[in-house]
Ligand binder design. Structure first.
Ligand code: SAM
Ligand code: SF4
Length: 325
């Protein structure tokens, strides 16, 4: 098992397989995109597999693929099926914007994916185009339907709540949980991207009190794999509500994660720009023991907490799309 200096058990690695994306969500990327990591600097699937094999021997047991948009990277299904053969991985998941999901859901399921997170910030077609600067609302819905059809489960819908953008849809998203087997998760708007303003955050306490006006919300105990989400259910609902408050709800003491960037750096906290290189070791003949040592360096330098909400806070240098959210 892996523990950091604050006695937190670290068992979760989020892998950003690409910084490329087929959407341009206003809160994440500028219209023109961002300077991309050159292809030769992006970790190959072989390299990622090697890192994962070493890290899972040490105690990482939960893996999430993210991006950028993971489904735009060629060969992702085959990569996933190779990951799913690593027996130490007890939980393998993927976060996607859903645009290509309709065509991928069956293959992802066959490749060994059990569950999936889909980001969707509005239930209105025009607003979708405004927020993401691309069309495709129907495609995302078809993707969600296909994911239900092939029994990827649970399906979590991530909604970043932003004032004046989609905060009028908080209740409509909650209604989805009544009749669909979906977990709707509200996420606070985090300080990243060009357009972020503190005044645009809709806090989790605000969201929760609006939901409570709709009906009785019962808390559901979290399990080992829930991460920072607090879980609730409306009476009689098939689905669930999840509340994730990185800004208002200081959950760092329960943080169990590390992140791997497309260019082979470990990030120990979403909001810390300290990065530990692993690619250099991979490409210069480093041994598995060297990789293991880099993992331990990462563990030992993991900060106790982020500093959003304090005067020490500064926005991170890397964009969310290159870290994986
Ligand atoms: N492209 C995939 C997607 O959108 O699901 C995966 C990568 S995306 C960076 C991962 C998650 O980060 C998404 O759920 C997205 O909504 C979230 N995200 C991006 N920027 C954010 C921000 N400023 N605040 C909160 N969440 C953000
Ligand atoms: Fe792309 Fe996801 Fe960022 Fe939207 S949130 S621009 S889909 S990486």
């Amino acid at each position: 098992m892996l523990f950091d200096p604050y006695r937190r058990k670290i068992n979760y690695l989020r892998i950003s397989v690409t910084d490329r994306c087929n959407l341009r969500c206003r809160y994440c990327m500028p219209e023109q995109g961002l300077p991309l990591t050159p292809h030769e600097e992006v970790l190959t699937y072989e390299e990622i597999l090697r890192i994962v094999r070493v890290f899972t021997k040490e105690g990482i047991s939960k893996i999430r693929l993210t991006g950028g948009e993971p489904l735009v990277r060629k060969g992702i299904v085959d990569f996933l099926s190779r990951l799913s053969e690593i027996e130490e991985i007890r939980d393998l998941s993927l976060t996607t914007n859903g645009l290509l999901l309709k065509d991928y859901a069956v293959d992802l399921k066959r490749a060994g994916l059990k569950r999936i997170n889909i980001s969707l910030d509005t239930l209105n077609r025009e607003k979708f185009s405004m927020i993401t600067r691309r069309n495709g609302y129907e495609n995302v819905w078809q993707g969600i339907e296909e994911a239900m059809k092939v029994s990827l489960s649970p399906i979590k819908i991530n909604m970043v709540a932003i004032k004046g953008f989609n905060d009028d849809e908080i209740e409509s998203f909650a209604l989805l949980t009544l009749h669909h087997p979906l977990i709707v998760r509200y996420i606070e708007y985090m300080p990243s991207g060009e357009e972020w303003k503190e005044g645009n955050i809709v806090t989790i306490p605000e969201i929760k009190s609006r939901l409570e006006e709709m009906g009785k919300l019962t808390a559901i105990p979290s399990d080992e794999w829930d991460g920072p989400a607090r879980r609730f259910r409306f009476e009689g609902a098939i689905g669930e509500i999840g509340l994730i408050g990185p800004v208002s709800d200081h959950f760092c003491e329960a943080c169990n994660r590390l992140r791997l960037t497309p260019d082979g750096k470990i990030r120990t906290c979403l909001f810390s720009d300290d990065e530990i290189d692993v690619k250099g070791f991979l490409r210069n003949g480093g041994s598995d023991e060297d990789l293991r040592k880099q993992l331990l360096v990462a563990l030992n330098t993991k900060p106790e907490r982020h500093h959003i909400n304090t005067h020490q806070f500064k926005k991170c240098q890397r964009n969310m799309s290159a870290i994986g959210g």
